[in-house]
Design a protein around this ligand. Structure first.
Ligand code: FEO
Ligand code: CA
Ligand code: CA
Ligand code: CA
Length: 607
């Protein structure tokens, strides 16, 4: 029976129940293993990790903290060797440093360890035997291994805003070279074999916003930087290690973060880029589709309550050739193009009362348009130069009447259909005093559990300037009448809350990881068919250990392995290294880690 089921895309695994275990739980018939964890050696010569002997010099060579996005890029035709590329979004100092009392008490060396634990890791991995399990290669084989960090790595800025006075600093009067990337959240893998990563909540690393020039304060404030206090509460104290993070001394430094970065993991010494053409916001990530005329299309979310969904369409066409020359050409595609923001229109707006009740036409749906903000070097936003639109993209989108969404997170394109899926994590402020009320695309006030929007571009062309849309899921406990599972029988679906990252399997099913489950159980990974009679049948595939969020789901091209990132295990109020809320994965204290799960019979996962 398995073969016809796989052909129809039906998911045959028995869903696991919600739980609060401090364990990685997978369905019967599957196994899982840790691939790499915080502190493990990445760069040859890395010292062995010891929680009491941490140094920033060691961390520069070791696997970083809070792995979020991940991708696996092939290194051979047999599919036995690959590059694992992972980003490290942020650090939990209270769970890293024994004796932690407060951020104020961190030493400069500890701040530098935290900076070195941000960024990305490139790790050469190999298949274990003939199974779906993977492990890092031995030290002698690590030709590509690399750490990219917030502490040391040089980035080149490209695109229309590169060199702008808004990006110039004392240390970089050219406005084109930045040290470090930070708060890298979701990401994408390009058809030309590079990795994109979004710089998300960069605001929390900066102090001194009260001393910044008045002219840039509105821009800083729109991105969440406090412009009223010298030292806002909750900042990370990085200014102690590097005055770049003090806006009193370096007011433009904050403009140099909040970009999409592109890394070429196949070229270990390559200088990564920050692409100004893709705009600056709290970038969740960027995923690439190809338009009918071969231009590259990047879909992007800005993860903040009431912020927007964007896309970028390149000016130049992708070269589908496999030569190094074609690859070099494709690595310039994100330097120039059209940046759009999404505006949603509705079919049943009058029936939306904020409860989440389905309108009488049976669907949350409508049409929409992509509003252009910049074309090449030309601004389409009245009163803003092209550099201002790209550096203060949120202000530009505000002016142009884009639709305020419930925290747009990961956006991915189904390779089978070209349809676009955006996870909207939640927005408990929707409909509260002074804030936007529910609309058909964000149909619940005080939206605790989030939803997923499905976008069908006009003519099936990812380069189109208009689209139709519908909601695939309105998440929560299926017993709650104001949830929606694409019309599927709700007595048969798994509860799901706070969708965050999405990916696809070879059959075109959507896989969804969650962040911050509001139903009282651990976060996890879910799969749901998108077509046919099983559309909307959400099934829970795994749960992550206590206090963790599930990130970066990735399914290998052969379907035999599903990778997930376990981010911030044990992140619970009051937890410390000495008093952990989670002891996963080694039984001592919590460590973020990459996990792979595979099916014991070797068949494609899910099917
Ligand atoms: Fe880093 Fe929007 O999650
Ligand atoms: Ca995320
Ligand atoms: Ca409708
Ligand atoms: Ca998140």
């Amino acid at each position: 029976a398995a073969a016809p089921a796989a052909a129809s895309g039906a998911l045959t695994f028995k869903p696991i129940p919600p739980n609060q275990l401090d364990a990685l739980v997978v369905p019967n018939g599957y196994d899982s293993a840790v691939v790499i964890r915080w502190g493990d050696a990445v760069v040859p010569g890395a010292p062995a990790f010891g929680v009491h002997k941490q140094t920033w010099q060691a961390q520069l060579k070791q696997f970083g903290y809070n792995n979020d996005y991940l991708t696996v890029l092939p290194l051979d035709r047999r599919g036995d060797r690959a590059l694992l590329v992972v980003n490290h979004e942020y650090t939990n100092e209270e769970l890293m440093f024994p004796g932690f009392t407060s951020h104020d008490a961190l030493t400069v060396d500890q701040v530098k360890i935290a900076m070195a634990a941000h960024g990305l890791s490139v790790v050469e991995i190999e298949r274990v035997g003939r199974t779906g399990e993977w492990r890092p290669v031995n030290e002698g084989g690590r030709r590509y291994n690399r750490r990219i960090t917030a502490l040391e790595t040089k980035f080149i800025m490209d695109g229309p805003a590169a060199g702008s006075p808004l990006l110039q600093t004392k240390a970089d009067p050219s406005g084109t070279t930045v040290i470090g990337t930070l708060n890298n959240c979701a990401g994408g893998t390009t058809p030309w074999g590079t990795v994109l990563s979004g710089e998300e909540n960069f605001n929390q690393y900066f102090v001194g916003g009260d001393q910044a020039p008045e002219a840039i304060k509105p821009g800083l404030a729109r991105y969440g930087i406090d412009t009223t206090k010298r030292y806002p509460s909750g900042s990370r104290k990085w200014e102690r290690a590097d005055t770049r993070f003090d806006l009193a001394a370096n007011p433009n430094e904050a403009h140099r973060f909040g970009w999409v970065v592109e890394i070429d993991p196949y070229t270990p010494g390559s200088t990564p880029r920050k692409h100004t053409a893709l705009g600056r916001f709290k970038h969740e990530g960027a995923t690439i589709a190809v338009a009918k005329d071969d231009r590259a299309v990047a879909y992007m979310g800005d993860d903040e309550r009431f912020d927007y969904l964007y896309k970028f369409v390149s000016d130049k066409r992708m070269d589908r050739g496999r030569s190094e020359q074609a690859r070099r050409h494709n690595m310039t595609l994100l330097e120039s193009g059209t940046l759009y923001v999404a505006k949603f229109e509705y079919t049943s707006a009058s029936e939306i009362d904020g409860s989440g009740k389905l309108p009488s036409d049976g669907a949350f749906n409508g049409r929409g348009s992509w509003i252009p903000l910049v074309r090449g070097n030309r601004s389409l936003v009245p009163g803003m130069s092209v550099e201002e639109v790209l550096v203060f993209t949120r202000l530009a989108a505000d002016k142009m009447g884009a639709t305020k969404m419930d925290r747009p997170e990961d956006v991915e394109v189904n390779p089978k259909t070209g349809k676009v899926y955006a996870a909207l994590t939640n927005n408990t402020q929707r409909g509260t005093a002074g804030k936007a009320a529910a609309d058909e695309a964000n149909p619940r006030n005080a939206n605790k559990h989030g939803h997923i929007v499905e976008i069908t571009e006009a003519g099936g062309d990812n380069g189109a300037e208009s689209f139709s849309w519908d909601l695939l899921l309105v998440c929560g406990d299926p017993k709650d009448p104001n949830t929606y599972f694409a019309g599927y029988d709700k007595s048969k679906v798994s509860p799901i809350s706070c969708p965050d990252n999405v990916t696809f399997d070879g059959a075109g099913n959507l896989w969804i990881s969650t962040d911050g489950n509001q139903l009282g159980s651990n976060d996890g990974l879910f799969a749901v068919p998108l077509a046919g009679p099983e559309r909307g049948h959400v099934k829970q595939f795994l749960t992550v250990p206590y206090g963790a969020e599930t990130c970066g789901p990735f399914i290998t091209g052969d379907g035999r392995s599903v990778f997930v990132n376990v981010q911030h295990p044990g992140e619970v109020d009051g937890a410390r290294v000495e008093n952990p809320a989670s002891t996963w994965p080694d039984g001592d204290f919590a460590k973020p880690a990459v996990v792979v799960s595979w099916r014991l019979d070797g068949r494609p996962v899910g099917s």
